[in-house]
Design a protein around this ligand. Structure first.
Ligand code: GTQ
Length: 361
């Protein structure tokens, strides 16, 4: 009778553990490792992120931002930004696993010198008005609530010709680009790039429900690089007159690239939503960790469930982040609320990975 070779395998005791350890050390010298020791941490049943829910009250950090303005110039810093660092990933310069966020300060008269990089950037204007970003030869003057894009590999410099400090939230796909090892960057030889198009040209050309007749789509990013808040707000205000509210999101819009109908940026999805006074949202979760910036009003978000549940009370200019797959509910008990948000949803969708669920399912 032939004996199955496994029958002689010793039971899992100290001796076996020692044998296995010796084996792992031996194969390690040949750049090999046993999957069975790590499989359950790699292919997990649902997202278990190092990213933690977090909230930054603008009132608590505004002084720190302004102090940076006294310690270093925008020119010296190149970009004078306080990174919004996720407390679950300290030192990693990220707000979610795949995305970076920071608050950038430009004082009157300053210029943040021109450069370009493969990382895509968004600016969401938090405080001030009248500073500009120049992108590929065109300037846009920015106001609170505007959503401004710096597409991958476009020259960009920022400046402030107004008489007030300006603060905006930067959102970049830095960790994603880092994961793919495809960061390239260079500095423009001068502080500011030359301007070749009048201010407002892109919005007129691409942002009026029209496109130039022979427009060719060459890049995945929207040719509109400033989506002014005045227009976004008006859209939400008009819609609320007849639309029914989504039980989780209120009235939520996504910014789109008018040339291809997809997200305005290929790697970062951007959204604006209105929660009417009295809104008590139902539970929602999705696989894209999401960063929120409060544009108007105050309210709160219940984050997580059971003993882990947290309540984030937020108001105008505050930032908060909800990690992947963490259930949450938005509430706007006292006044209308407008929330801007961004996430890596377009990437997950393109790869067929994105999931959402409502009502704790
Ligand atoms: O404005 O180009 O927050 O390159 C981080 C990296 C802003 C920018 C950031 C950047 C920029």
């Amino acid at each position: 009778m032939t004996q199955h070779p496994n029958i002689d395998r010793p039971k899992t005791d100290d001796g076996v553990m020692q044998q296995r350890k010796a084996y792992y050390d031996k194969i390690g010298t040949r750049k090999l490792a046993p999957l069975w020791e790590v499989l359950h941490g790699l292919v997990i049943p649902q997202p278990k992120s190092a990213c933690q829910p977090a909230l930054w009250h603008y009132a608590d950090i505004r002084d720190d931002i302004m102090e940076a303005g006294r310690l270093i110039t925008a020119k010296e810093a190149e970009r004078r930004v306080l990174i919004l660092e996720n407390p679950g990933m300290p030192g990693q310069s990220r707000i979610t696993t795949s995305l970076y966020a920071g608050l950038q300060l430009i004082l009157p008269g300053e210029v943040a010198p021109s450069h370009r990089h493969t990382q895509s950037a968004l600016r969401f204007i938090v405080e001030g008005g009248g500073a500009y970003t120049a992108v590929d030869g065109e300037k846009t003057i920015m106001q609170e609530g505007d959503f401004v894009i710096t597409p991958s590999w476009t020259w960009h410099d920022h400046g402030n010709d107004s008489d007030r400090p300006m603060v905006w939230m930067d959102g970049l796909d830095i960790p994603l680009v880092q994961a793919l090892d495809c960061s390239f960057s260079e500095k423009y030889p001068e502080e500011s790039q030359p301007l070749s198009r009048p201010t407002g040209d892109s919005l007129a050309r691409y942002g009026s429900g029209l496109l130039p007749i022979d427009h060719e789509v060459r890049v995945p990013t929207s040719p509109v690089f400033n989506y002014p808040y005045s227009r976004t707000r008006e859209a939400l205000d008009t819609m609320r007159r007849r639309d029914t509210w989504d039980p989780c999101h209120g009235l939520k819009l996504q910014y789109v690239n008018p040339a291809n109908g997809e997200s305005a940026m290929p790697t970062i999805g951007t959204y604006m939503q209105l929660l009417p006074k009295g809104f008590a949202g139902e539970s929602y979760r999705s696989s894209d960790a999401t960063v929120f910036s409060v544009v108007e009003g105050k309210g709160y978000t219940l984050v997580g469930e059971g003993s882990d549940a947290q309540r984030f009370d937020w108001g105008k200019r505050d930032t908060f982040v909800i990690p992947s797959w963490v259930p949450h509910r938005h509430h706007a008990p006292d006044e209308d609320v407008v929330l801007f948000s961004f996430s890596d949803r377009p990437v997950q969708k393109k790869l067929g990975l994105w999931r959402e669920s409502r009502g704790n399912r």
